[in-house]
Design a protein around this ligand. Structure first.
Ligand code: TRP
Ligand code: SF4
Length: 336
């Protein structure tokens, strides 16, 4: 295995569609950097995608492939990290089942993500067994690799807390098997969507990692600017402008200059957007080009997952043997 026995980091994403810049700066950029310091496992949480999207599975396969392509083109490195597909490692399902035996329903019902989602998704029936057990499956994902750190967004903290509680309960009943995983919260760079609201697929305001330079340019030209700046000689308010929020991320070294030019009405919004688009294309085109290469070689993605699955199942299999032994349910493995 190419793992170097550094501390283990694990994280997963649900394959729910093409990744956008919010996902990139919110999570992926951080994952890319973690590879320097840790042994990393990154997986596609396709079973978790089913908890809410069990009816229409028609796009799942394409989403899984595209997610791997997004990851690799953004700098996750299959030579250094292990990428795998959750549903390929059946051991996750076994551990989830065993955890379901010891997890009190009250822990799951009181989970804030459960309550929020049930309230939000009124049009879809997710009052299911699988959705309630979402955090229990997530605990299995994490604990089966005995991961030390889990990089997640703040919204996922309750799930991680539950993973720790399940680990403690298992250890208390059956003896010490699982270390308690810690969250890795890093400062995410926040980008609004092109309309100034939070960047989100459901608002239709995203810029995708897979957008071509032409599309990026077009989306920048559509960005909402300071509404009070009607003519070019009106002084602007960069702090309320979406374009400026992007300058802060993509044009860090010139951000003071942009601010001053805007406030003093020395630059027009069209020019300001063109400057931004240039910077963004400079940053994003290597990612875009890498994607083109990967997408033209369809067996590559499969090879990456196959190789990662092979390594993941080795670790997961060892943990499961330990689990069955600790629970004394390894009867059939005993030499007769
Ligand atoms: N629930 C996570 C999310 O929606 C995805 C996920 C599933 C995950 N299993 C995980 C993240 C294990 C970290 C570790 O983002
Ligand atoms: Fe926004 Fe730039 Fe126009 Fe100022 S000049 S309002 S920062 S687009």
């Amino acid at each position: 295995m190419n793992m170097e026995n550094k501390e283990l980091v694990l994280s997963g994403m649900r394959p729910t569609g093409a990744l956008h810049l919010g996902n990139y700066f919110g999570a992926l950029e951080n994952w890319v950097n973690l590879q320097d310091k840790y042994d990393c496992l990154f997986f596609v949480a396709d079973w978790h995608a089913l908890t809410t999207g069990y009816e229409d599975t028609s796009e799942l396969k394409a989403n899984i492939e595209n997610m791997i392509i997004d990851w690799v083109s953004a700098g996750l490195d299959p030579e250094r990290s292990i990428f795998f597909l959750q549903s390929s490692i059946l051991e996750h399902a076994e551990l989830h089942l065993l955890f379901s035996m010891i997890t009190p329903l009250s822990w799951l019902f009181r989970c804030p993500t459960y309550k929020d989602q049930i309230a939000q998704m009124k049009d879809k029936s997710i009052t299911t067994y699988g959705f309630l057990g979402y955090p229990c499956l997530q605990a299995a994902d994490i604990l089966i690799y005995k991961a030390k750190y889990v990089p997640v967004g703040e919204d996922q903290l309750p799930h991680l807390e539950l993973s720790r509680e399940i680990a403690r309960r298992f250890n208390y009943i059956y003896g010490n098997v699982f270390p308690e995983p810690q969250p890795l919260l890093t400062k995410a760079r926040v980008l609004p969507g092109i309309d100034g609201r939070k960047m989100s697929k459901s608002y239709n305001n995203t810029i995708l990692l897979s957008d071509s330079p032409g599309v990026v340019q077009k989306k920048v030209s559509m960005m909402i600017t300071d509404p009070e700046r009607i003519r070019k000689d009106d002084p602007g308010h960069p702090e309320v402008c979406t374009v400026f929020a992007f300058h802060k991320v993509f044009n860090e070294e010139k951000v003071c200059e942009v601010e001053e030019q805007c406030k003093k009405a020395k630059i027009g919004c069209v020019q300001c957007k063109n400057n931004l688009a240039g910077k963004m294309v400079e940053y994003l085109s290597p990612i875009y080009e890498k994607r083109q290469k990967l997408a033209s070689n369809s067996s590559l993605v499969k090879d990456i997952i196959r190789e990662g699955n092979r390594k993941a199942v080795e670790i997961a299999g060892e943990t499961m043997e330990e689990v069955r032994r600790a629970m004394k349910i390894d009867w059939m493995n005993e030499k007769l």
